[in-house]
Design a protein around this ligand. Structure first.
Ligand code: ADP
Ligand code: MG
Length: 314
């Protein structure tokens, strides 16, 4: 059974005063799939900025789900904080901690791809956040660079995860849904099969691939084409993209982008993977060797006891 938030949970969290009496909008930030996010300043201050996420009431269910997850995520440092909620006639407004450096997609657009050391620092924090969600029975279902916010000026890599609009609280494993962003969708989403915590782990694999190469692993010319590539799960590591990428990085991707959900490693196991724990010296020594790469499925983590995985996924 999937738990969704009841409308009552929304009204009792809402501010009793009007948005306009407290905040002034200063600029538009980004438009997401379900919302517009604007920068605002508190009227009685000269430097207290926030992000106002404005959600149309026709997406109320997303807003309710998101509100529920915000109540949990405030306990973890790698999530954007929610401060206040306003209930307007046609919109809901969430007042969020403001990430002044924007989202990770902006950096990818500027830089093309990231240095592995930067990708590790970011991936580790996203994994910490995802592990926290999974421990609290929440699946995020929309992990991608646009939903990873930068808290300090690049190349500082302090990040926070945002956007719980598609998140679900899972009380057993029978969530069937097509949602998310095509490039990051897992095969079980495309095939309308049950979703589990492992669905997020597939997206983590795609995220790492994108961060270190600037390319998506299954991107086709159309969304349908991409979905067909995902369903077939033909994962390759083209030499021109992976020449300088470490074996340990490729190993982690191979442990996450796996067709059968229960064969993917969990967030907690990923946090112990040599790539996440590695330092730059090890990365250089491990640089991918094409001569010796037989593209087999043996991975550094093949020794991890499957039971550990099963336990973490139930
Ligand atoms: P949607 O559900 O519509 O995708 P998001 O929560 O992902 O909404 O917000 C849309 C975009 O707005 C994000 O991709 C990000 O670029 C920007 N954004 C969201 N929250 C913040 C924030 N707290 N600070 C700065 N920018 C933000
Ligand atoms: Mg988003």
């Amino acid at each position: 059974m999937i738990q969704t938030a009841a409308p009552g949970e929304f009204t009792h969290r809402c501010a009793k005063v009007s948005f306009d009496s407290i905040y002034n909008i200063t600029e538009d930030l980004r438009r997401g799939r379900f919302s517009v996010v604007k920068k605002c300043i508190k009227k009685d201050s000269s430097d207290e900025f926030f992000a106002a996420k404005i959600i149309k009431k026709r997406h109320l269910q997303q807003a309710l789900n998101e509100l529920r997850v915000f109540q949990l995520s405030c306990k973890h440092p790698n999530f954007i904080k929610l401060y206040q909620v306003f209930d307007l006639p046609t919109e809901a407004i969430f007042i969020l901690e403001y990430a002044k450096q924007g989202d990770l997609q902006l950096i990818l657009e500027l830089e093309g791809y990231l240095e592995e050391s930067q990708a590790i620092h970011i991936t580790k924090q996203v994994l910490e956040a995802v592990a926290f969600l999974h421990e609290n029975k929440v699946i995020h279902l929309d992990i991608k660079p646009q939903n990873i916010l930068l808290m300090e000026k690049w190349p500082s890599t302090e990040i926070k995860l945002c956007d719980f609009g598609l998140s679900r609280i899972l009380t057993n494993q029978c969530l069937l849904e097509i949602s998310g962003t095509t490039d990051f969708l897992a095969p079980e989403v495309v095939n309308y099969e049950p979703l589990t915590y492992a669905t997020d782990m597939w997206s983590m694999g795609v995220l790492i691939y994108v961060l270190v190469t600037g390319h998506t692993p299954f991107g086709g010319t159309t969304a349908l084409n991409t979905q067909s590539n995902i369903a077939q799960c033909i994962l390759d590591f083209p030499e021109d993209l992976f020449e300088k990428i470490s074996k340990t990085c490729i190993d982690l991707i191979k442990n996450l982008i796996v067709r059968i959900p229960k064969h993917r490693i969990t967030a907690n196991v990923s946090l112990k993977h040599p790539w996440i724990c590695s330092n730059e010296e090890i990365l250089l020594k491990n640089s991918f060797d094409y001569e010796n790469n037989d593209n087999d499925n043996n991975t550094l983590l093949s020794t991890i006891n499957n039971n550990q995985y099963e336990n973490n996924n139930n």
